[in-house]
Design a protein around this ligand. Structure first.
Ligand code: CU
Length: 311
C-alpha cells in the first residue's frame, strides 16, 4: 500500500453509495449548468489528463457556494454501482452516445421508470444537487464532474467537454426514495484514441501549485472501512481555509480498475484541520482510481490517485 498510514480512526461517515453513489452534488443550477469540473487546468473546463501527478483543476466558474450537506446516509454496504444502465426500475436513457471528435458534446438524457416515463420530480438533494453526472474516460485519464439542468419534461442536459477521443463512462448519480443510485452508460468520442495506462500509486500529487497528500487511517483492505485524508498544502504550508464545494470541503469519487465500478464517498464533516477526510469501504482487492476535488482560490481543482487495496 503506498498510501501512508497516518491518521487514526475517525468517525467516518461513509457514504459509500451502496450501490451507489452519493454524488456530491449536483444538479440544476442555472448558474452552474455546465459547471463541470473538468479534470484539467485550463480555464474553461477543458478536460485534461488527470493522469499521474497532475491534473488540473476545474475551470473557473464553479458551482455555487455550498453550505452544509449534512448527514449522509452512511451505508455500510460496499457494493459498487455504476455498472448498469437499468436497475431496480430505473433506467438511464441517453438521447445519443456517439459524438464526433470535433463536434459539440451536448448530452441529453432522461431517467425513466419501469413504464418508460421520464422521472421529473422526486429527486432528493445530495450535496446540494438533484443529480450529479460524472464522466470518466475508460482508462481513467480524463474526468468531468458536472451538474446538468433538468427541463420540465424531465430531460437532463449538459454540455460536456469530451475533447479527447475515446470511450467514456457516464454516471448519473441521484437519489430517489431515500436510496442512492448510479446508473451509467458508455459514451463514444471519435478520433485517434490514445489510452494511458493506470498510473502507479503515489501519495502526493500536485495541481496548480497545490500539493495534496493522500493518507489512509490504516492500510487499505477489501471490505474494511477506512478513512482517507487529503492534506492540501501550498508552498510548504497547510491550506486550511478551503472553500466549500457542494456543501463540503471536498468531493471524492472512487472507481475500480477493470470495470469502473463506482463508489462514491462523502467527506467526514466532523473533522477539521488541513485534511479533508472521507470514509470508504472498498469492496474487493485490487486497484482503484480516486478523483479528489477541492476548491481554493475560487476554482475547483481536481487530482487523481491510484490506490491498491489488499485482500
Ligand atoms: Cu456533483
Amino acid at each position: 500500500m503506498n498510501v501512508p498510514t497516518r491518521l487514526a480512526a475517525f468517525a467516518v461517515v461513509l457514504a459509500l453509495a451502496f450501490g451507489g453513489a452519493a454524488l456530491a452534488g449536483a444538479a440544476i443550477d442555472p448558474t452552474d449548468g455546465g459547471s463541470a469540473v473538468a479534470a484539467g487546468d485550463h480555464p474553461g473546463g477543458e478536460p485534461q489528463s488527470v493522469g499521474e501527478g497532475s491534473s488540473g483543476g476545474g475551470h473557473g466558474s464553479d458551482q455555487a457556494p455550498a453550505d452544509s450537506e449534512g448527514g449522509e446516509h452512511a451505508s455500510t454496504g460496499s457494493a459498487l454501482s455504476g455498472l448498469a444502465v437499468s436497475q431496480d426500475g430505473f433506467t438511464l436513457e441517453p438521447d445519443r452516445t456517439y459524438f464526433a471528435g470535433d463536434g459539440p458534446k451536448r448530452f441529453n438524457f432522461r431517467i425513466v421508470d419501469d413504464r418508460g416515463r421520464a422521472i421529473r420530480d422526486g429527486y432528493e438533494l445530495e450535496a446540494e444537487r438533484e443529480l450529479h453526472l460524472v464522466v470518466v474516460r475508460r482508462d481513467t485519464a480524463v474526468y468531468e464532474h458536472v451538474h446538468p439542468r433538468k427541463g420540465e419534461d424531465g430531460m437532463w442536459s449538459v454540455d460536456l467537454a469530451l475533447r479527447q477521443p475515446g470511450v467514456y463512462r457516464a454516471y448519473a448519480d441521484f437519489q430517489i426514495g431515500g436510496k442512492k443510485r448510479a446508473l451509467a452508460t458508455d459514451l463514444f468520442v471519435g478520433g485517434d484514441f490514445k489510452p494511458s495506462p493506470l498510473p502507479e500509486p503515489r501519495a502526493v500529487n500536485e495541481v496548480d501549485g497545490y500539493s495534496v497528500r493522500l493518507a489512509s487511517s490504516q492500510p487499505l483492505r477489501a471490505e474494511q472501512a477506512r478513512a482517507l485524508a487529503f492534506s492540501v498544502s501550498r508552498g510548504g504550508s497547510p491550506v486550511e481555509n478551503l472553500q466549500p464545494y457542494l456543501g463540503a470541503r471536498g468531493h471524492l469519487v472512487a472507481l475500480r480498475e477493470g470495470d469502473l465500478g463506482y463508489l462514491h464517498v462523502h467527506p467526514d464533516e466532523g473533522v477539521g484541520g488541513d485534511a479533508v477526510e472521507f470514509g470508504a469501504t472498498f469492496p474487493t482487492a485490487g486497484r482503484y482510481r480516486l478523483f479528489f476535488q477541492f476548491k481554493a482560490g475560487d476554482r475547483v481543482r481536481t487530482l487523481s490517485y491510484t490506490v491498491e487495496v489488499a485482500r
